[in-house]
Write a new protein. Structure first.
Length: 235
């Protein structure tokens, strides 16, 4: 009976819709995982940036310590020279050099204090950023874990939905299946639609009087003369 086939076509359409939905959800999972992985990479980059800022200040401090050390060496040499010179003007010249070097050291030490304060700040910022970002990363990783679990479940769902579609297809007579498949090529496209008030429920255009009559009789598969969908009459 054709009327029964319509019912089976509607069951097939419903199962096909479920199958498609599961397949689309499954296909979306890798993209969702990639998005979350991107967020993790951003958090890690932010931790690295905070660390680099701190390390740059540490390098600057080392550089200053080296400059102070070499200025102290210079002063040592001048003092040795001073103990060896005989002339007063040479002695005075060296005293002047020593004073200049000492003033330089004073300046460098001031800079060093400033750097040390900046290091303390940078360390605090780094520790705070690291704690917060690591917490965020934990959240992202949990999300990925959930997505992977979901992916596993969706594989099961897709398989079950595909099996159920295959089972349903066996129930539908081949000629009707051919019509169904021709329209179902467009995913998400409803294949079997009601005709209400002489209008096709798919394309919303008016169907011919003959199509409406055939759709009412339900003796054979009737298709919309505008869009080709399988139509059935509803009051
Ligand atoms: Zn139509």
């Amino acid at each position: 009976m054709v009327a029964i086939s319509l019912e089976k076509l509607l069951v097939l359409q419903d199962r096909d819709r479920k199958r498609l939905s599961f397949e689309q959800q499954l296909q979306a999972v890798p993209r969702e995982i990639a998005t979350v992985e991107g967020r993790i990479a951003t958090e890690k980059a932010a931790i690295e940036a905070a660390k680099a800022e701190w390390h740059a200040l540490e390098s600057k401090k080392k550089q200053l310590e080296m400059e102070i050390g070499s200025a102290e060496d210079k002063i040592g040499k001048y003092k040795t020279q001073q103990s060896q010179v005989r002339k007063n003007d040479e002695y005075q010249a060296l005293t002047h050099e020593i004073e200049t070097a000492q003033a330089g050291i004073g300046n460098l030490e001031e800079q060093e204090i400033g750097i040390m304060l900046s290091i303390d700040e940078a360390k605090k910022r780094f520790a705070a950023a690291e704690a917060e970002l690591k917490q965020n990363i934990k959240g992202h990783e949990a999300k990925i874990h959930t997505l992977r679990e979901r992916e596993g479940q969706l594989r099961v769902d897709v398989k079950a939905a595909q099996d159920s579609v295959a089972e349903s297809r066996e129930q539908v007579p081949v000629p009707q299946l051919k019509i169904y498949d021709r329209i179902a090529i467009k995913p998400g496209h409803p294949v079997c639609v009601p005709v209400t008030g002489a209008r096709c429920g798919g394309c919303h255009l008016k169907v011919s009087a003959n199509v409406e009559l055939e759709a009412r009789k339900l003796e054979q598969v009737t298709t919309c003369d505008q869009c080709g969908r399988i139509v059935y009459w509803t009051p």
